[in-house]
Design a protein around this ligand. Structure first.
Ligand code: TXA
Ligand code: MG
Length: 327
């Protein structure tokens, strides 16, 4: 993988590659994406091949403006309101698709997932060159999402020609995904960078959690496989404990705290922390790098302290639970 910084020449070159049907690893504020021209079916097919992703798992299409997104989906008033409030940013809207979107991208569903990311380099690629980019997280299917271009390079570097370096991701967990029905109902498909509370403040009602019904409805084409257990899985076994509980750590294992612990760890146990003071934005930013780091240690098991179940804590705990799910 050749690495580019965000000069005008580099962006022009990469936009050209994308238009020619090539794949490029792109930075977003959430995680790095593995991008291809969303309207080029052959290029999108290559995304699935490089990631080892099953064709039943649809892709998010990244757009450079709300106007560009109008060509790809049918918009209800509440969807427009959510986009106006949270775009560019870590919110993905699942909307009834327009015909122009290839079925491969939506895995045959009647809906398309759309988001306008807020990383300046990727926004320049999208809006400066009129691109719509289909991009899942740039990791092998089932593994931890990348929050630096180095993470991308380690796991996909020899299958991918081009990478755009936008520095470490600002948010660190993926976008929140909501489905907006034609009648204006809003349901949560994946907690993420926009807290549910913030969405509810705009919608003016509690947001229904569709995760379980989506999983059950898999045969009806509603499920998002990325929402199922055993995703974000590191190789080292992960165990979880809630704050205030004492984890049953054994010698040779590691503990990862939400914030710097007051006491030193027991003999033979390694201790790490995701933030100094428990700030959830800091924890989210550090989480995937920590999961990867734990995979490179000899620890036989790693204990993670869960975050409080509010704000970004919901997305953090969702990723931790799936990292800990039995394989
Ligand atoms: O933050 C993010 O969303 C990152 C960055 C790169 O934008 N992308 C990301 O993509 O996390 P991915 O493919 O790893 O996860 C997208 C999820 C998948 O679980 C997929 O099943 C779901 O979105 N999805 C996509 N289209 C859908 C649709 N039409 N209906 C329901 N779920 C959909
Ligand atoms: Mg992913």
């Amino acid at each position: 993988m050749q690495r580019f910084t965000g000069t005008n020449e580099a962006l022009e070159f990469l936009a050209w590659q994308l238009k020619a049907g090539q794949l490029v690893a792109i930075p977003t504020e959430t995680v790095y994406g593995l991008a291809a021209d969303a309207l080029n079916e052959q290029a999108c097919r290559e995304i699935f091949a490089v990631k080892g992703r099953p064709l039943i798992d649809p892709l998010i299409v990244h757009v450079g403006s709300v106007a560009a997104a109008h060509r790809l989906a049918h918009w209800s008033p509440i969807a427009i309101e959510l986009a106006n409030r949270f775009w560019p940013g870590p919110l993905t809207l699942v909307l009834p698709k327009q015909e122009i979107v290839p079925d491969l991208v939506t895995a045959g569903r009647p809906t398309v997932a759309l988001r306008m990311p807020r990383h300046s380099l990727t926004l320049r690629l999208l809006s400066g060159y009129g691109l719509n980019l289909a991009a899942p997280s740039a990791n092998p299917f089932g593994y931890v999402s990348p929050t630096t271009l180095d993470h991308v390079k380690v796991s996909l570097g020899d299958r991918l020609a081009w990478g755009l370096d936008g520095g470490p991701c600002e948010v660190g967990v993926e976008s929140t995904i909501v489905a907006v029905s034609e009648t204006g109902g809003v349901g949560l498909l994946r907690p993420g960078g926009v807290p549910t509370e913030a969405l509810e403040a705009v919608v003016g009602a509690p947001i229904e959690d569709l995760r379980e019904s989506a999983a059950e409805a898999s045969t009806e084409g509603l499920v998002a496989p990325g929402m199922l257990a055993r995703h974000y899985s590191p190789r080292t076994p992960i165990a979880l404990f809630v704050a205030g509980e004492q984890p049953k750590v054994e010698t040779g294992e590691a503990v990862v705290w939400q914030q710097r612990p007051r006491e030193a760890p027991a003999e033979g146990v390694s201790a790490f922390w995701l933030s100094e003071d428990g700030d959830l934005a800091t924890v989210a930013r550090a989480l995937f790098g920590m999961l990867r780091q734990m995979d490179s240690l000899p620890s036989s098991r790693v204990w993670f302290e869960l975050a409080p179940e509010q704000g970004l804590g919901r997305a953090i705990n969702d990723r931790l639970r799936r990292a800990a799910a039995k394989r």
